[in-house]
Ligand binder design. Structure first.
Ligand code: 5AD
Ligand code: SF4
Length: 475
């Protein structure tokens, strides 16, 4: 984020949710800065707040609503302050959100990111029209009016306060994204999802699956590599089906091979894989390309076939386990991670036991475990949310405990060995130490020099906890 320039409108952008939203926020930051706004980290400096929101679970929405509620008081003190909401909540419940939160100036859906600068200009114009000049704010309002005038010279304001509807074409050049570090990039290879898992809002919030043309992705990656990017994470809700909507042979395995050929890029990651779509060609590509990291996020969701069917997941637990075995036979040290939902409608003790058993069998390196929450508009929302809260909680805790045991096992297997890490910067828990990731995405903490950030280092693992590997640098 840039520091605020004295005469620009300062926007504080808060991001909730997944890596897709992190990348969307990097793109929005680029759009705003190109348009002449400053994006600021400090809330106290902000002239406008923009919330890039997530709707995937009830809790994600409550976090946003909580923060919006707190800021309502700031508006009472500063009538010129602008509040905008973009992302999944804006798309799914924008009108309701405006109605229930009258201090929100505009909502902007997931596929209208390019309109955000114009929406901000329109909202700021409206706010400044009604803000009264007092002894305390005269200077501030004058600065803001000047900043707005210079924006208006270039950006047509949008009068509407509600821009939603995933069909709006964008034609956005994603290369505007402002990434915090030159050495790593999230790169979107497709948007949306057409899978319609019965619990999931993503197909409604982000629209149908649309792949980016392969040449466009490769051009962006070549530019990133020329600017010093060494690690890339290719993003899509369901990357394995990349290219299904494109002409010709734009398949994910081919894209991975082409990305791996780009000079400078050393590590290639991808998120998220749907077990149903993993092909033999993909397994062979991962096994044969040394640049593709041995890490796969491969969400099982449930170990019960009955629940998987009700979730519309299109695979059985046995098929999933076969895929895991096939991948492990080609890539023995593959680190698997998964998402699980406990307490899906109708989940019995027996269903849950099947999930627990599948987890015990695979021994994931990492897993994200969620309590089911009904999402308006999804197929599962029509089913009774009948697993009592305390049962969901107990199942959640049981899976968390099992996963913690497996993560510790995976971590302990590294003790005494040398691992290569890409250094990310100071450790969040202990800023005296550095933090980095191995190719298999294990978190490593070690002492070193701050300028190592963005470089590869080999370290020796001395001990492990469920949270991290601890290491010392090698000579
Ligand atoms: N309730 C709980 N968890 C959910 N997820 C998606 N929708 C829901 C829901 N309604 C979880 C899935 C998905 C992850 C991103 O979020 O496990 O893989
Ligand atoms: Fe949601 Fe299923 Fe699409 Fe993943 S694959 S985003 S869980 S609908």
């Amino acid at each position: 984020m840039s520091s605020a320039s004295a005469d620009s409108v300062r926007v504080h952008l808060r991001t909730y949710g997944c890596q897709m939203n992190v990348l969307d926020s990097q793109i929005i930051t680029g759009l705003l800065e190109t348009a002449g706004f400053s994006v600021v980290e400090d809330e106290a400096e902000a002239d406008a707040f923009l919330f890039n929101t997530c709707s995937v679970r009830d809790l994600s929405e409550r976090k946003v609503l909580g923060k919006l509620g707190q800021l309502r008081h700031a508006r009472a003190r500063r009538p010129e302050l602008v509040f905008g909401v973009c992302g999944c909540m804006a798309e799914l419940s924008g009108e309701r959100l405006l109605h229930k939160n009258p201090h929100v100036d505009f909502v902007c859906g997931t596929n209208c990111r390019s309109h955000i600068p114009s929406l901000l200009v329109g909202a700021l114009q409206r706010r400044l029209d009604i803000a009264h000049v007092t002894r305390h704010n005269a200077c501030h309002l004058e600065r803001l009016r000047g900043a707005l005038a210079s924006l208006l010279a270039r950006i047509p304001p949008i009068e509407t306060n509600c821009l939603i509807g995933t069909a709006i074409p964008e034609g956005l050049d994603e290369r505007v994204a402002r990434r915090p570090h030159p050495w790593h990039a999230y790169v979107e290879i497709m948007r949306g999802c057409s899978n319609f898992c019965s619990y999931c809002v993503v197909p409604y919030a982000r629209g149908p699956e649309v792949s980016r043309p392969m040449d466009e992705i490769l051009r962006e990656l070549e530019q990133l590599a020329a600017a010093g990017c060494v690690e890339v994470t290719l993003l899509g809700q369901n990357v394995n089906s990349y290219g299904r909507d494109l002409e010709g042979r734009s398949r994910f395995a081919l894209l991975l091979r082409r990305v791996s050929e780009i000079p400078g890029i050393r590590w290639v990651r991808f998120l998220t894989s749907n077990p149903y779509d993993i092909s033999e060609e993909l397994v062979e590509t991962v096994a044969s390309s040394p640049k593709i990291c041995h890490q796969i996020h491969f969400p099982l969701q449930s170990g019960s076939d009955r629940i998987l069917r009700a979730m519309n997941r299109k695979y059985t637990c046995a098929e999933y386990l076969e895929k895991v075995a096939r991948i492990r036979s080609a890539v023995p040290d593959m680190a698997f991670s998964s998402d699980f939902i406990v307490g899906f409608p109708g989940e019995t003790e027996e269903d849950f036991a099947a999930t627990y058993a599948a987890m015990e069998q695979v021994k994931f390196a990492n897993a994200f475990i969620f309590k089911y929450s009904a999402r308006r508009g999804t197929a599962a929302a029509a089913l009774p949310d009948d697993v009592p809260r305390h049962v969901k909680e107990a199942r959640h805790q049981a899976l968390l405990a099992l996963q913690s045991k497996h993560t510790l096992l995976a971590h302990e297997a590294h003790v005494g060995s040398h691992v290569e890490v890409l250094v990310e910067g100071p450790s969040k828990r202990n800023p005296e130490m550095l933090q980095g990731r191995t190719s298999r995405f294990f978190n490593v903490i070690f002492p070193g020099q701050s300028w190592w950030a963005g470089t590869f280092r080999t370290v020796r693992v001395t001990h492990a906890t469920p949270l991290a590997l601890y290491a010392e640098p090698t000579a």
